[in-house]
Design a protein around this ligand. Sequence first.
Ligand code: ZN
Length: 299
Amino acid sequence: MHHPSHLLPTAIAVLLAFGCKSAPPPMQNSAPAPSMEGVPRPFGEHPVVAGLGTASDGARPAVATLPASVLTSANSSPDPLPQAFASARQTMSAQQIGRIIDRPIPFPPERVAATRKYIAAHYAPEHQGTGDSGIEFEPRMIVLHCTEVGSLQATLNTFSGTKLPAARSEIASGGDLNVSSQFVVDQDGTIYRLMPENRMARHTIGLNLSAIGVENVASDERHLQSAQAAANAWLVRHLKERYPKIEYVIGHHEYGRFRGSGLWWEKDPRYFTHKKDPGDAFMQAVRAQVRDLRLSSNP
Ligand SMILES: [Zn+2]
């Protein structure tokens, strides 16, 4: 996330810079979480609430489905998870797996116009948005983030305005379109879709017309959870099914690798900020669960 830590005194900002920690490993004598093994798969066809869908089918509330085989492979990865996320599959309830809840942020015409303006200012004429609105794109990549804001509601509040708050001085030179992401995953692994998946969100410099952004609610006090890693893995798998041209999944802290690549369309070479979210441990946990998709982390 382009987090608002500059709003805070420096000492707190320094703490927040390390806000997206992994949850500590479970205590040895704690009661084991209920295993997914014992939970019957509730659906032969897995329901996904898909009201927002893509920008072109956004007006059509629908229930999409994923074949059971997708879930089966998601849950049968033999790869060991890093310690902090070892209970990932056990902590997602059967209800949470396979659900996307639409929680659209306001997208008035002014926000469409501001997005078009951002695209025109930052990306070359040959790399522009598509669709009637001029702000759609074909996803090639997924970028995972950590909000460094401790609640879902605070995250939604941050994203809901059209204009970037004046205090966001570190990215103000990039224009006044507010930041957002297509998805937010709450601490319990619940997945919220904030805007159509193929409509541009301002979440990662250089890659906004290549990448779908997924924010994870976490802060210094509320660490990233194994349920979030599992939900991210499920979402990556779902999006790869939906957009076969997705070839990459990266953490925001890894995005600099793509400078100069064919997916990096930012015109201003000086427009770049260093990021630490969501961190290596979280990326390892997610990648371990989607290894079979052979998504790359490098250009
Ligand atoms: Zn980020």
